[in-house]
Design a protein around this ligand. Structure first.
Ligand SMILES: Nc1ncnc2c1ncn2[C@@H]1O[C@H](COP(=O)(O)OP(=O)(O)OP(=O)(O)O)[C@@H](O)[C@H]1O
Ligand SMILES: [Mg+2]
Length: 306
């Protein structure tokens, strides 16, 4: 596999405040790479440097072997960007917006019409081609913003929070589109999100906090390392003390929280043993550790919370 985005010791400083701090990572060609972080972590700043609209303070970024500081024009042909905020003209129709955008890449006349049909079919927005952009719903707007970004058939698609503000169904649609672009068209996808659970299918996830990388791995490795299953035990009022004493017989870690006990990462054997004390337990809940937990724990361990 070859690295199509290579970031080395990247730094961005505003008035002596470092907002991107010595970032280094690589994105493999044809992969889905998710860049996660809380508000203000430095995600958009990094994306803006990668897509050549912002200059770094120091460090290097190579896109398909080209240095962003020297080859911005060539790089712009290779990348498509969906910015955090919609950038299309509200008063123009969808097709007028895309016609203008395509003309910047010399895609005009029949070539434009053919590509428009192709993209409108692919992203399923044929029905609102003649609607002014401002009349579209949030999900429809995001779809057309993606169309704008891929119109010139870039090798790399960068998406800055493509699903923020969308309802669950529109989120799902956007994720399906992203999956198709990667799997059927071999596009490299670089995206930012706040939701680790959404990034589950990524080939690699990198979490940043306060401008620094704090965790990297696949969804499975991050989940294993930073999240755990939990068993909540709710005793009767009068059996709390007795339950605590009983649980101490089982070799595991537990916490006492108000009116209940939290058992962390119990094995099936542990659960079976604990539930033998059923006469002391009014009710219980079992929570499977998920990626959103993992994200919260990563941020806690790195000195910040969401
Ligand atoms: N032009 C600027 N001047 C000064 N500070 C800036 C500028 N642009 C960004 N910052 C600061 O850099 C930090 C990182 O901002 P950035 O937009 O990259 O965060 P983000 O991870 O994209 O956050 P969000 O999830 O809210 O979009 C923030 O503290 C922000 O205030
Ligand atoms: Mg941002």
């Amino acid at each position: 596999m070859t690295s199509i985005i290579s970031v080395k010791n990247l730094k961005k400083t505003y008035q002596q405040r470092t907002v991107v701090d010595n970032l280094s990572f690589d994105v493999e060609e044809g992969s889905l790479f998710s860049f996660l972080g809380p508000n203000g972590a430095g995600k958009s700043t990094t994306i803006n440097i990668i897509c050549t609209v912002l200059k770094s303070s120091s460090g290097e970024v190579f896109i398909d072997g080209l240095d962003v500081r020297k080859h911005s024009q060539d790089i712009r042909k290779k990348i498509g960007v969906v910015y955090q905020h919609n950038v299309l003209d509200n008063l123009l129709t969808v097709s007028e917006n895309l016609r203008f955008r395509a003309s910047l890449y010399g895609i005009i006349g029949n070539e434009f019409e053919n590509r428009l049909e192709e993209v409108a079919n692919q992203l399923d927005f044929k029905n609102y081609l003649n609607q002014p952009f401002h009349t579209l719903s949030g999900g429809q707007k995001r779809r057309v913003e993606i169309a704008r970004a891929i119109f010139h058939e870039p090798k790399i698609l960068l998406l800055d929070e493509p699903t923020t503000g969308l309802d669950p169904e529109s989120r799902k649609t956007v994720w399906e589109i992203i999956g198709t672009l990667k799997n059927n068209f071999g596009m490299t996808i670089f995206l930012t999100t706040h939701y680790l659970e959404e990034a589950r299918n990524s080939d690699l996830i990198t979490v940043i906090n306060q401008g620094r990388i704090v965790a990297t791995g696949t969804a499975i490795t991050l989940q294993k390392k930073y999240s755990c299953d939990r068993l909540f035990l709710y005793p009767y009022k009068e059996t709390m003390e007795q339950l605590i004493t009983s649980v101490k017989n089982v070799p595991l870690s537990y916490k006492i929280s108000d009116d209940h006990l939290i058992i962390e990462d119990p094995s099936i054997g542990n659960v079976r043993e604990i539930l033998k004390y059923d006469s002391l337990i009014d009710s219980f809940e079992y929570f499977k550790g998920n990626l959103d937990d993992a994200f919260i724990n990563i941020l806690k361990q790195t000195g910040d919370s969401v």
